[in-house]
Design a protein around this ligand. Structure first.
Ligand code: CDV
Length: 309
């Protein structure tokens, strides 16, 4: 057995006016609770340090920059790093990253038990749009504020296993999980900010959204024989509602725990990384069963095209 005890640390809403120091204090409270229950790793949501700011249309570059972290850790976040190291607990969380050469990404990092950044991921699949859109009930401007990630889907050896990350919308794309599956990933961690309703008017409601969320995560876990830990930012941020649905999926695709509610809270579960072995050596033994000669369209073609008449 290779047991990892994971704390899926959901954050309730973060209002636009709430400062990073306050959010970090909330994160430390959740970390303390998870550590008291034996957590080796605590997973926080996408853009954990601020409200989900891409819902706000901004043109002023100083205002936009105020949502981004220029270094990590920085003074506001250092107490979280210190608390994690004190507990001997790894952490992963999302934040808006501005690089020294002026690039903007929706990023997650994985900090090991010694406080070293063991992994970094930049969101590849950016939903939404880049300009104000009158036809939407609300704006979702990730394409305005972020560039598509430039790191691919790396995995990294830490905590005695093979770990990878993705962020929110990435979970809806089978390619996300498969690229990590092809590197023998054993646990995928991700955070999300999913509005309870579509921004496109007349779209789906929260029940459908939660169904698609679970469906994507369960399929990704099963088809790649990996644990998946998915953590929400939830509740009403300045009257914009985000669904919850923090959950952990085992390598057979079963949901082994789901956190109710939309407040700050931790779901703790012990995951045996060796449970990934059966799937990886049988039905999803990729080396024996994949037929890559038939998969060319996956990388040759982006959008769907109908066959010739
Ligand atoms: N933050 C996200 O990536 N949210 C998307 C919404 C816009 C659909 C998601 O896939 O949950």
């Amino acid at each position: 057995m290779r047991n990892i005890t994971v704390g899926a640390a959901q954050l309730g809403p973060i209002q636009k006016a709430e400062g990073r120091q306050n959010v970090v204090a909330r994160m430390i409270t959740l970390l303390d609770e998870a550590a008291s229950k034996g957590a080796d790793l605590v997973v926080f949501p996408e853009l954990a340090l601020t409200t989900f700011f891409p819902r706000w249309y901004m043109t002023d570059s100083a205002e936009i920059d105020s949502w981004f972290e220029k270094e990590m850790p920085n003074a506001a976040v250092q107490p979280l790093f210190d608390a994690a190291r004190k507990h001997g607990c790894a952490i992963t969380f999302g934040f808006a990253e501005k690089t020294p050469d002026g690039h903007y990404f929706n990023t997650s990092i994985f900090v090991d038990k010694e406080g070293n950044i063991a992994g970094k991921y930049r969101k590849v699949h950016l939903p939404g749009h880049s300009e104000w859109d009158d036809n939407r009930a609300f704006q979702h401007l990730e394409k305005r504020y972020f560039e598509p990630g430039d790191l691919g889907f790396p995995v990294y050896r830490t905590l005695g296993g093979i770990f990878g990350m993705c962020i929110c919308n990435d979970r809806r794309w089978p390619e996300t999980f498969r690229v990590m599956g092809l590197q023998n990933v054993e646990m995928v961690t991700l955070g999300f900010n999913t509005p309870s309703v579509n921004s496109e008017k007349g779209g789906e409601g929260i029940e459908q959204r939660l169904f698609h969320h679970r469906l994507s995560l369960q399929a990704g876990a099963y088809q790649n024989a990996t644990w998946v830990v998915a953590v929400a930012k939830a509740g009403s941020e300045d009257d914009h509602h985000l669904m919850g649905g923090t959950l952990i999926v085992d390598p057979n695709g079963h949901i082994v725990g789901e956190l109710p509610g939309e407040d700050d809270g931790v779901l703790v579960h012990t995951c045996d990384l060796d449970e990934t072995k059966f799937g990886k050596s049988t039905i999803f033994d990729f080396a024996r069963h994949r037929r890559i000669e038939h998969y060319g369209l996956i990388t040759e073609r982006t959008g769907a095209e109908e066959p010739a008449e």
